[in-house]
Design a binder for this molecule. Sequence first.
Ligand SMILES: NC(=O)C1=CN([C@@H]2O[C@H](COP(=O)(O)OP(=O)(O)OC[C@H]3O[C@@H](n4cnc5c(N)ncnc54)[C@H](O)[C@@H]3O)[C@@H](O)[C@H]2O)C=CC1
Ligand SMILES: CC(=O)C(=O)O
Ligand SMILES: [Mg+2]
Length: 628
Amino acid sequence: MAGLAAAENGIPGTPDDHYTKPRTVRTISLHRPSHYVNEDPSGILFNRHFNKGTAFSIDEREHLHLTGLLPGKTESIELQVRRCYRQFRNFQSPMAKYIYLSSLRERSDTLFYNLVLQNLKETLPIIYTPTVGQACLEFGLNYRAAEGMYFDRDLRGRIREALDNWKPNMLDEVSIIVVTDGSRILGLGDLGTCGMGIPIGKLSLYVAAAGFHPATTLPVVIDTGTNNEALLKDDFYLGCRHERLANEEYYPLVDEFLMACVNKWPNVLIQFEDFSNDHAFDLLEKYRHKILCFNDDIQGTGAVIAAGFLNAMKLCKLPIASHRIVFLGAGAAGIGVADQICALLKLKHDIPVEQARKMFYMVDSKGLITATRGDNLASFKKPYARHDITDSVKDLLDVVKKVLPTGIIGLSGQANAFNDEIIDQMCQITERPIIFPLSNPTKNSECTAEQAFRISQSKCIFASGSPFPPVTVGETVFHPSQGNNMYIFPGLGFGAWLCRSKEVSDGMIAVAAASLADQVSQDELDRGQIYPPLENIRDISAKIATAVIEQAFAEGHARIQRPKDILTTVQKNMYQPSYLDYQPAVSLDGRIRLGSADVRDMHSPIDEAEINTQGNHHLGRQRLAGGA
Ligand SMILES: NC(=O)C1=CN([C@@H]2O[C@H](COP(=O)(O)OP(=O)(O)OC[C@H]3O[C@@H](n4cnc5c(N)ncnc54)[C@H](O)[C@@H]3O)[C@@H](O)[C@H]2O)C=CC1
Ligand SMILES: CC(=O)C(=O)O
Ligand SMILES: [Mg+2]
């Protein structure tokens, strides 16, 4: 078995040069429906990437053997989307809407992404936080169709072989993988295999927000067990029924998975998502310079909140050095955010990192982190341990009273931790307090938008991890900003992947954050908005991707020929959810295949030679003699 042999080469012990050997730039084409229709043309109705449903023209129905399988009327995509929207609205509960959208995505990703992109405000809270959190909690109960891949210890030595089973897209190419081990899903804790909802949700955003092609995305759970007693006893739980693996088994399993992926798909970008902090930092450190990867909770969140923080500081109108920021939560996200604020202050204001760090007061479940606290401080917290405070301060209100912060940032997963008294205290310290309750989903948020705007009499500068509805104070309506990594990871990932970067460097992340911060207009800032409107997410992502590619070139990480106009190249390579125009044709080998007048290739971005090679596929455009 070739796959097995490859996997055996891929398990730990393989020399490191596996990672560093040059990866070829490959061309991906979507002209493969031909393979599919040769087997059974009418099967196209059940393929999410090619299905057009009632939009198949009469000619197409004829040639694809669909005649009689659909109602007589050929519909436009606009009408189909209108129908889907009505159906979506007819579902009352967020979970029912989630299930509806999942089934729509299974039927047609073109329709799904049209609906999502045209109704971002309504659909994002369903496919993403907060509803995706509930979807994870109910994953076993609501499980319907296979989606994504699962790897557990029984697959040790065979992961490469299992990856070869991933053929639902018929492209044999994966551009992006979002992988979790389910150990820290949002603020909901260890959900084991039920965490699959998160990679699925994140990848929907990669497609909608940045334009990765949906057929080249792969959601993954590495099932390393769960310590969630309730799940282990739940009949509907779909994961392995054992406690979480010890490190001796855990790391080799993850390592084999990563090596098998880069071995099979040399250009793939791998995003680590929702790994608990006992592994998240170590995994990132181990792989960040070896493969194209990043950790969204540490680095993506860091970049987003750093951007929002930079804009919030403009609104505060205080000297930068006078800020004191208390973090509730010093885990993956908390430390990631502090690190990225430091990086951005260095980039934009040339403030040394050591100096910037002094702005932060980190609080974890044991209280304020000080150098004298005495517990075994995790290495990732050490740079932020306070040396100037020696007494132990456990309670957040006491920390606030002691430190007199200008801002509080919540990344603790602790609902209501920013209570009325704390917000009130913040308002007494400073004119415009920065209040960022960033934990997800909504029910874990450290406070609500209503609370923050009401108590601060609308003076606070606010951002939350999950969306809150507008808040009316007196005559004024405030639109709470959403400080969520979804603003960064799509553009960061797309840029890094498109230029075939060797790695996702610190510099690339810092410019992504700077680009996001710079995309807020003065007018938006004046209205208290610290992020650009989410409706513009495609433009936002394109600009972020452009900045990331520029930086990748500057650092020598990019492995494509430099395009003349990077922004245009990015935009041209973004997937647009539109139907293909299937025309019957004859290929060189005489078999019926589908040509396409309007296929958007996921080609290697700038390599003209390869794009021309793609043109060969268009041979299939010649019409069949006597065809319709
Ligand atoms: N808005 C966004 O884009 C993002 C939000 N998050 C949210 O941040 C939260 C934390 O995520 P991670 O940092 O990855 O988790 P983590 O488990 O690495 O860190 C949690 C931190 O909170 C602290 N903590 C827990 N209970 C506490 C208490 N009662 N008082 C004080 N501190 C307490 C822990 O000691 C730890 O330092 C989650 O709710 C997650 O949804 C995470 C990533 C992105
Ligand atoms: C948004 C996100 O990545 C989280 O809450 O973990
Ligand atoms: Mg996350």
